[in-house]
Each structure stands twice: as structure tokens, then as C-alpha cells.
Design a protein around this ligand. Structure first.
Ligand code: CA
Ligand code: CA
Length: 292
């Protein structure tokens, strides 16, 4: 959690989740079958990261960076081979299933070296290090940045359920002839510390276009906002705050990418932070098509 948890709690969750990661790693290496030891939670620690138990949906059980199981699952997914079908997202008709599957495979050496050499003490620090490692140039990011962001979203450390609507209809296309500027929606992850509450209260949106190298160039950043009106973000207590860019911003961005007729693929994500702290977490990218 970001809002009420302290730095010490983030650090405790990180160290506990790191330890749990080793537990399930050992079970996996030994092809261990959970013994169902009463109250020992061995089945839980085994099944969750191994992703073999559909009754334990990973997404809904993770509660931000002070949740040791969320950290464990995150480290596990950084480690394991994964694949597009590994991890579950929410299917939005006509848009796709997001966050995308687990597409990161760092292996044991990769995860251990990452944690040790960067002296990682919190989920936020883990994200910052991973993002930095995928930053090609200022505002240009490699695919790895978003593959990692997909895992942070899957495990409850970033906003989720992103969608774009035009006149109330969810879609991933927009045409220049439309008089309506899209709105963007998302779900704020909930922390769990005896009660449920929103983890974040400040949000921003970034747009990207893919360059010829396959990297993503940032083409628009709204900046963080905690307001409640059009053009702003975060309606406290509201499950899915809508946001719509100002017309001049939206048209300017599309025009810069698509000055003539045609179709262009753009990408966006929502980033979030708590005003109590200042680390932002990125969601996975969503893809939209603009035409003119
Ligand atoms: Ca993986
Ligand atoms: Ca995985």
C-alpha cells in the first residue's frame, strides 16, 4: 500500500516477499507437492506463484507493495519463464485482455543480481530500477519497461482495467472526424491493512508511439493531477474515475503523429502515486488506433 503504510512496512513486505519467493523456488526445484499442513499455508505459497490453481486468481489477491504475497508473486513472475498465457488480465470486449501475460524471464541469477546489486528495499524501488534498466533515452523506453509494468499491474501495484470510451462506448479506435474527445478510465488498486482503501490518489496519463527500433517514444504526458473535474484525475472514493484530455491537447497529439490521412497505432498507460509518497507506478500499455 502507499497511502497509509510506512517505509518500514514497505521494507518488511519486500523482505518477507523475497523470502517467500525463495520458499516457492525451492518447492519448484524439488517438484514439491503441497502437503496441506494445517495453518502452514504451504498450499497457498505453492499454488499462487506456480499459477496452477484457478481458484486463487492472482490479480484480485494482491494489495500493493506492502503485501508480501504481492511482492512474492511479482518476484516469481520476474523469475519464471512465463508466457503470454501466464497470468491473467481482464478481458474487455473489443479491446483485448490486459494486463498482458507474463512476458518477463529473468531467471534466478537475474532476480538475485537485481535485488542484491541495487539493494532493493521496497516494491517502489524495484519498479524504479526496472524502469531505469529499460530506459533507452529520456522519454524513450524499451519493451521491457512495459512487460514489467504488466506484472506490477497484475499484482496490484498499478492501476488496472484501463479503457477508452467515446460517447460512453468502450473502443480502441478514434477517427479525426469525431467531434467527441475520448475519455479514459481505470480502476484504483485497493490496499489491504485491516480494511480496503484506494492505494493512490494522484494520476497521470502518458501516450507513446513506437519508433523504428521497436522502442516507445513518449509523446504526451498529462502530469500528475488529483483534481475532480474534466481534464483532471481521481475522484476519491470513485471506483473508476474518468478522464478526458482537453481538445487542444488531444488534437495536437494526434496531429503530430498523423499529420495526413491514414491510421496510426498509439499506446497509453495510466501512472499513479499517493500524495504521501512520490513513487509512481505504471500500468501496462493499452493500444489504440487513430485514423484520419
Ligand atoms: Ca516470468
Ligand atoms: Ca509467471
Amino acid at each position: 500500500m502507499r497511502w497509509w503504510a510506512t517505509d518500514d512496512e514497505h521494507k518488511a513486505a519486500l523482505s518477507e516477499g523475497f523470502g517467500n519467493f525463495y520458499s516457492v523456488l525451492a518447492q519448484d526445484i524439488q517438484a514439491y507437492t503441497p502437503q496441506g499442513v494445517w495453518w502452514a499455508n504451504d498450499a497457498q505459497l505453492y499454488n499462487d506463484p506456480i499459477e496452477s490453481d484457478a481458484s486463487r486468481p492472482l490479480v484480485s489477491q494482491s494489495h500493493g507493495e506492502d503485501h508480501e504475497l504481492a511482492i512474492m508473486r511479482l518476484l516469481w513472475d520476474l523469475y519464471d519463464a512465463g508466457g503470454a498465457a501466464d497470468e491473467r488480465g481482464a478481458a474487455i470486449p473489443g479491446v483485448g485482455t490486459y494486463p498482458r501475460g507474463d512476458l518477463v524471464t529473468m531467471g534466478y541469477d537475474g532476480v538475485y543480481t537485481l535485488m542484491k546489486e541495487n539493494v532493493i528495499k521496497s516494491g517502489a524501488q524495484l519498479w524504479e530500477v526496472l524502469l531505469a534498466s529499460a530506459t533507452v533515452d529520456p522519454q524513450i523506453y524499451g519493451q521491457k519497461a512495459f512487460d514489467c509494468a504488466a506484472l506490477f499491474e497484475a499484482h496490484g501495484l498499478a492501476v488496472t482495467n484501463l479503457s477508452m470510451t467515446v460517447s460512453g462506448t468502450t473502443q480502441n479506435t478514434w477517427d479525426w472526424s469525431s467531434p467527441v474527445i475520448p475519455k479514459f478510465h481505470w480502476t484504483i488498486p485497493k490496499g489491504y491493512s485491516g480494511t480496503w482503501f484506494d492505494l493512490y490518489d494522484e494520476f497521470g496519463i502518458k501516450f507513446f508511439a513506437k519508433d523504428t527500433s521497436g522502442n516507445y517514444e513518449e509523446i504526451y504526458d498529462s502530469g500528475l493531477s488529483s483534481g475532480t473535474h474534466k481534464g483532471d484525475f481521481s475522484v476519491p472514493g470513485t471506483w473508476s474515475p474518468p478522464w478526458s484530455p482537453m481538445s487542444i491537447s488531444w488534437h495536437g497529439m494526434v496531429d503530430s503523429q498523423l499529420p495526413g490521412s491514414g491510421t496510426k497505432t498509439l499506446y497509453y498507460l495510466i501512472y499513479a502515486e499517493s500524495h504521501w509518497e512520490y513513487t509512481t507506478f505504471w500500468s501496462d500499455l493499452r493500444e489504440i488506433q487513430v485514423s484520419r
